[in-house]
Structure formats: C-alpha cells, structure tokens
Ligand binder design. Structure first.
Ligand code: BTN
Length: 258
C-alpha cells in the first residue's frame, strides 16, 4: 500500500498534497474529498485509496479498478480563478499527467475531449471534476483514475488499457504519483495566471480533430466531424447536416471504433 509517509518524503510541494489521507478501501475518493472539503480541509488535500467500492466517472458510470494496482485519487482545490475557467482544471491536470508519463516512460499520450487520456487510442486515465458548496465553503474536487499495473479488464470495458499493458513493464506507482503531484504544483501558478493556455497545450494532444464522431449530450445523439476545440475549451462539431454545433459537455466516441 502506498503510505502517507512515502508520499510526503522529499515531496516539497507548496499546495498539492500538503495534507494527505490514505485508505486501503473507500467508497469513492471523490465522495470522501467532498465531505473533507465541507469540513474545512485545506486546498491541496490529497485523498488516495488502493480500492474503491463505489468509484465513479462521468455520467454516473462505474470506475472499476483492481485493488492495489492503479492510482485512484482526488484533490481538493480552491483555485483563485473566475468561475468560467473552472472546467479548464481538467485540461490542466490532463496536460500535467500526460507530460509526466511521456517523460517517465517515453510513450506518446493523446487526449480525448473532454477528460480522457489515451495511449495507442485506448483510454488509461479519466478525470472527474465535481464541486461542493456549503455555507461559505466552495471547493472543486478533482478525481483522477489511472490504470497503472492492471492488465485484465472487465469484458464490458472496450478500448481500455493501462501503462503496464503499453510499456510492458511493471510501473512504480509511488514514483508516478509523486511526479504528478510535483508537476501539478510547479505548473499551478502559471495555470491560475493563464488558464486558457491549457487549451492550447491540450490541443497538441487532441485525438478527435478532423475525426468522424458520435456525441451523446442531453439525451440526444449527434453525428459529425470535429472541427476543433474552441477558445473556451468547447468541442466544435460540423454535423452531417452541415450545422455547426458547440458542446460544453458530452460523451464522444469515434465512429470508427464502434
Ligand atoms: C471518467 O473517465 O469518467 C472519470 C473517471 C474518474 C475516476 C476517478 S478514480 C478516483 C476518483 N474517485 C472516483 O469515484 N472517481 C475518480
């Protein structure tokens, strides 16, 4: 099990993981982070577990992960940032994780709007932002699930992978976690000062541009070509009926993968 002492040893961050809560099993690190945030735990608090009984992703989907194999964590953040930029935290976190993984394992990481990281067109990382408000407390909970050393996945999970599957080596989870925390910490100030820059960085990894996709949003299906990610971080689609649509959220699948 990754211990609090191991995480904190030599970490020397300013904001991230200033407080650490470790669990063997928990319902969901995001749900726990919400409770801790409403109990005034500080920005930067890290909640990490070896296993989740109710891990969840976007659209209330389950996030399944074998015990002790992967990284499942949440961060409590209270960024000094206009509300209209809050969703860009996903891009910021994705960019940092992708950079760290490319540096450590010399492998190309791509991004799939709005919150997935992929290697060889398969998802290995998902990010889930949730907010909590209580009285004068407001916090953004950033949940991260990274498939690290798991090699067998539930049969319903298609196009999923892990770092071990891609690099054919066992990965040191502690080193990866600490490298991510350090990267987040050193880039955070720049993100707060210039949040939109994250969109530009993210676009360099965008796997959807120019592709034929299916978008599921608000109980509706849309088909078309991805034109770009716009300056707000929204997905711009030209539908098959030649309409230009913008999505601030949605579930996107590549048509060729269906
Ligand atoms: C997604 O791909 O839809 C986002 C997945 C986010 C999963 C992580 S695992 C740690 C944290 N706790 C949760 O319950 N969810 C996030």
């Amino acid at each position: 099990m990754i211990s609090k002492e191991d995480i904190l040893k030599g970490l020397e961050t300013e904001v991230f993981a200033k407080k650490v809560f470790t669990f063997d099993t928990i319902d969901s690190t995001n749900d726990c982070a919400k409770v801790l945030a409403t109990n005034n735990q500080p920005a930067g608090s890290l909640i990490i577990s070896e296993y989740q009984t109710k891990g969840h992703g976007r659209f209330k989907r389950q996030w399944l992960s074998e015990p002790g194999k992967n990284l499942l964590f949440s961060l409590i953040l209270k960024p000094d940032l206009d509300e209209r930029y809050h969703h860009l935290l996903t891009f910021f976190i994705a960019n940092c994780i992708a950079d760290v993984i490319e540096t450590l394992y010399k492998i190309k990481v791509m991004a799939k709007w709005p919150n997935d990281l992929l290697i060889n067109e398969r998802k290995f990382c998902g990010i889930l932002l949730e907010t909590v408000k209580k009285d004068d407390i407001f916090a953004i909970i950033c949940g991260v699930g990274i498939n690290v050393n798991q090699t067998v996945f539930h049969e319903n999970l298609i196009n999923v992978t892990s770092l071990k599957r891609e690099i054919h080596n066992e990965v040191d989870r502690l080193l990866l976690l600490k490298s991510i925390l350090k990267k987040l910490d050193s880039n955070y100030k720049h993100f707060i000062e210039n949040p939109k820059h994250e969109i530009e960085l993210w676009k360099e990894r965008d796997i959807l541009k120019g592709k034929s996709v299916h978008v599921f949003f608000n109980q509706n299906n849309y088909f078309g070509h991805v034109i770009d990610i716009d300056s707000d971080g929204y997905l711009v689609l030209r539908t098959d009926g030649k309409k230009r649509l913008k999505f601030y959220s949605g579930d996107v699948s590549l048509k060729s993968k269906e």
